[in-house]
Every structure is written in C-alpha cells, then in structure tokens.
Design a protein around this ligand. Structure first.
Ligand code: SF4
Length: 375
C-alpha cells in the first residue's frame, strides 16, 4: 500500500487518524511507520499509563512531586533488620538518626512548591523519599506527615518505605490522611524471588511484601511497588515472573528501575570482580516492554528507568541518557505493537491511556526528574 492510498481497515477512532493508538498500530502494521512524521506520531501515542497522565486525569492540572528528606534511617543498616544495607545501596550522604525538625520539612516543602509554581504546576504531592519513612515512633511520624498538609497546594502524600516497616498502627495512621487527599505508600520490593532478595541482602522476603500489601489494601491508600531489572542471578523469565506476581496483587502503581552500580557499595566490589554483569541498553528496553505487557493497564507507571547521580555512577554509562532510554522503550512498543496489559488480553482501546493527552504548552518547562532512592 502506498502512502496516498486509502486503507479500508477499521481504525476505531478514525477521526483522530494516526494520532491515536489504533491509528498508530495501523500505520506500523502497514509498514508506514518508516515515514519520519508517521513514526513520530506513532511513538507519541501512549502505550502505558504514565504517572503524568494519571495526575492530569485525577486533578485536571499539572502536579509535581516534591521530594522531602525527613531524617529517617533504615532498619537494614542499623541492625533492626540487617547490617550493611542492600548491596546496591550507596552510603554517601547517609546520616543515621539525623534529627530533622518538622519545621524543616515545612521549609523543604515551601521551596518545592515555589519551584513547582515556576514550572506551572498548581498542585504538589509531598514525597517522603529518603530511606525508610515509616521507621520511627508513631508520634514522630504523625508530626512529620502533618506538616505535609500545611500548604493548600498539597494534593497528596507519598511515603517510601520497606514492607517490614508497616505494622497495623502505621497503616492506621497513614489511612487517616486519605480523606484529605491522595495518599500513596511506596514499597521497595525489587524482586519476587527470595533467592535474589537474600543475595542482595534485602533483609525481608517476598511474603513480607505480600503481607504488607494485604494490610494496606482496602484502606483507600494507593500502593506503589519498586522493582529492579537486571539483578544478579535473574534471567528474563524470573524478571517477568516478578511482575506477573505483583500484577496479581491490589497494587496501583510501579516504579521499574534498571540495576546500576554506584560507588562505595557492596555491588561495586562485586562488579569490579566480575561477579555482577549488567544489562545492555537493548536488553533493558526489551525487558521493560515485556513487563509492561503483563501489568494491568490500570497500574500507573511512575518510573521505568534508572536515575543515577552522575558523580556516583560506576556503570552502565547509558543509563544517564534517561530521555533516550524512555524513547527507546516507546519505539520498542511500537515496533512490536505492544502495550501495557496486552498479555492479559486488554485491547489498547480499553485502557485508561488510549485517549490523547491535551497538547501541552511549549512555554511550560519540563518537569525536573527527582533522584530516586531504591527503597
Ligand atoms: S536501599 Fe533502602 S532498604 Fe536497602 S539499605 Fe538502602 S535505604 Fe535501606
């Protein structure tokens, strides 16, 4: 078929032509995505449920996450759950038991809101990110979380933690904020395989994560899980299996990370001794497309790349090209006509991300990428 010939194959959303999911698949199936303009149209189509899209749908405006450091430590470092921490975790800047006053959290939030306003965001989510943000006495947790709601711009709260640090009293406390706005608990898991969790010294097993999710579900709290692709000893099937297992749980979001080696970690020594090998860029891109296929289309993809600080990164260099890697993932989805939830039988048109985003103003600066802690 030549470019100027009319194709009679139904497009579903024909009024939008190539600017929708059906049209893009259609173009690729008919070999027309080689045309630069058509290919650009095709890769602009959403084939996964991005966090940005979710927030626009939920709040009707631009929403940023403001990252907060509340002085928490980690039970996998102080002996409560283990010593030495996860093998990939970097010690730089780790200041156990730094006493951060709730007023400092308010100052961090105020600065973050100012920055968000400059980028035309009208609302923010206060993100307690560094280390284990439910690891402390209940009164202290309450005092810190209460600060998050001090500003009218705060539409929600996100709390990063480990699955072994959320007893029922913590869940009750966090659930108490649900009537005030969006509340997320982010659980570091990394892998559903206990052999891997032991190898990276996580200090908890998979069942611990399942128990935490079951305690959290049904309370109005949204659940996000962090995973890593490329962990030592894992092959493609094991990584996909991790995502199949968590897809069967009542989770609402996921952050998919690339395994990268940072300075001053146990993994740096293992890498230099040849005990750890890292994924190539094409292998990672294919794997992300694979795992997206087994995730329900309602699960929000909060992240699907690494975010390594340049000064601490040992390898791989290519993970610094975050925008390029994301672009590669989208192109891989187009190439294989793939989308989030495809392996579960969801048609692209039945997903919450099939519709087009409204065009964004070119005067709006890009959202800065938060540096992510691998919880
Ligand atoms: S990655 Fe998170 S859980 Fe693991 S040692 Fe570091 S702070 Fe603790």
């Amino acid at each position: 078929m030549r470019g100027n010939e009319r194709c009679n194959e139904p497009r579903g959303l024909s009024s939008r032509g190539l600017s929708n999911g059906i049209g893009a698949c259609h173009a690729v199936r008919h070999g027309r995505a080689d045309s630069p303009r058509l290919f650009v149209d095709a890769i602009m189509v959403s084939r996964y449920y991005s966090f940005g899209r979710y927030l626009r749908q939920r709040f009707g405006c631009r929403v940023h996450k403001v990252t907060l450091h509340a002085g928490f430590t980690c039970p996998n470092r102080d002996g409560a759950a283990g010593w030495g921490g996860c093998t990939f975790c970097n010690n730089a800047g780790f200041s156990p038991n730094v006493r951060i006053d709730p007023a400092d959290v308010r100052d961090q939030l105020a600065r973050g809101i100012t920055g968000a306003r400059r980028r035309k965001a009208h609302k923010v989510i206060a993100y307690f990110q560094a280390y284990t943000n439910t690891y402390g006495p209940l009164d202290r947790l309450r005092a810190l979380y209460d600060e998050a709601w001090h500003f009218p711009e705060v539409a929600g709260l996100a709390i990063g933690t480990r699955p072994d640090c959320v007893d029922p009293t913590v869940i009750d406390l966090v659930a108490g904020y649900v009537p005030r706005g969006e509340v997320w608990l982010e659980y570091g898991l990394q892998s559903a395989h206990d052999s891997t969790l032991a190898a990276i010294n996580r200090g908890h097993d998979y069942q611990c994560f399942v128990d935490a999710v079951e305690r959290t579900a049904g309370r109005g709290i949204r659940i996000c899980v962090h995973t890593i692709l490329g962990l030592p000893g894992e092959d493609r099937e094991m990584m996909i299996e991790t995502h199949r297992r968590i897809a069967a749980l009542p989770i609402d979001g996921i952050k998919i990370h690339l395994l990268h080696v940072m300075r001053d970690t146990i993994m740096e020594r293992q890498y230099r001794q040849g005990e750890v090998t890292l994924l190539s860029r094409p292998a990672y891109v294919e794997l992300v497309a694979d795992v997206l296929e087994v995730l329900p289309p309602t699960v929000v993809i909060q992240r699907m790349h690494a975010d390594a600080p340049r000064d601490l990164l040992v390898a791989p260099d290519w993970c610094l090209d975050k925008a390029g890697v994301l672009d590669d993932i989208r192109r891989e989805q187009v190439r294989r006509d793939s989308w989030q939830g495809k392996a579960l039988g969801f048609p692209l048109t039945a997903t919450p991300f099939a519709a087009l985003d409204p065009p964004s103003s070119s005067s709006v600066p890009p959202v800065p990428v938060e540096r992510e802690c691998l919880l």
